[in-house]
Design a protein around this ligand. Sequence first.
Ligand SMILES: *[C@@H]1O[C@H](CO)[C@@H](O)[C@H](O)[C@H]1NC(C)=O
Ligand SMILES: *[C@@H]1O[C@H](CO)[C@@H](O)[C@H](O)[C@H]1NC(C)=O
Ligand SMILES: *[C@@H]1O[C@H](CO)[C@@H](O)[C@H](O)[C@H]1NC(C)=O
Ligand SMILES: *[C@@H]1O[C@H](CO)[C@@H](O)[C@H](O)[C@H]1NC(C)=O
Ligand SMILES: *[C@@H]1O[C@H](CO)[C@@H](O)[C@H](O)[C@H]1NC(C)=O
Length: 213
Amino acid sequence: MFPLLLLLLLQYVLQSAPATTFSNITDVDTLLAFKVSVAASSISRVTVLNLTLEGLAGTITPSIGNLTFLKILDLSQNNFHGEIPSSIGRLLRLQHLNLASNSLDSDVNADLKNCTSLESIDLDRNLLTGEIPAWLGGLSNLKTIKMYRNRFTGIIPPSITNLSALQTIDFTANQLKGVIPQDLGKMTSLSSIQLSENHLSGIIPAAFFNFPL
Ligand SMILES: *[C@@H]1O[C@H](CO)[C@@H](O)[C@H](O)[C@H]1NC(C)=O
Ligand SMILES: *[C@@H]1O[C@H](CO)[C@@H](O)[C@H](O)[C@H]1NC(C)=O
Ligand SMILES: *[C@@H]1O[C@H](CO)[C@@H](O)[C@H](O)[C@H]1NC(C)=O
Ligand SMILES: *[C@@H]1O[C@H](CO)[C@@H](O)[C@H](O)[C@H]1NC(C)=O
Ligand SMILES: *[C@@H]1O[C@H](CO)[C@@H](O)[C@H](O)[C@H]1NC(C)=O
């Protein structure tokens, strides 16, 4: 019994040992080489960067703002910390920004107000601070705003009631104060609004109770 077990164990160890062990420097070198080959073809541009769940850490490089043809940027479910780089404000074609489930701990950089093509912004599960920016109300294509479980303070900006395409709001589990803007109840596009685990006061807009179930 014992020698068999040993044999199996040994076999397992041999199988799982990679032929060559590359260091993480190899990752960096490979990505840089990749960049050179992408740059060589000047015709097609990068429109999607999806690095969700890749175990990435560190800060988000400001160079991201040079991928000006991006429509989708998904860096969710990694371990990025620090700021949302202001250079993301250069991505005028960006439609979907997902930075959820990281450890970002800045405020929402005001340059993001330039991203007028944005349809969804998902910042759930970070350590973001400051107020929920009033300029969100100027991003008229927004359908989804998710800021669940962060450290946002201040009020729910009434400007978001101007977003006629807005379907989903999730501000759950922040430190928001003040009243719920009554005009939220007049937004016919809205199908999901989640505001619990905050310090909100006042009355729930009557129209909320008329939502179709
Ligand atoms: C690369 O790996 C080494 C050793 O595992 C680690 O100390 C270092 O922090 C890593 N570097 C990055 C940029 O992750
Ligand atoms: C990124 O890729 C994951 C896994 O393939 C997928 O579930 C996710 O929807 C993608 N993100 C976007 C914004 O398309
Ligand atoms: C963006 O691209 C320009 C031109 O190639 C370059 O000079 C600049 O350093 C880049 N910026 C970042 C933040 O990488
Ligand atoms: C955003 O727009 C403002 C006003 O047009 C401009 O000054 C700023 O440089 C832009 N930010 C970025 C990151 O492009
Ligand atoms: C909605 O937009 C109009 C026109 O841009 C503006 O005058 C108004 O102040 C906005 N409402 C809110 C609550 O921000």
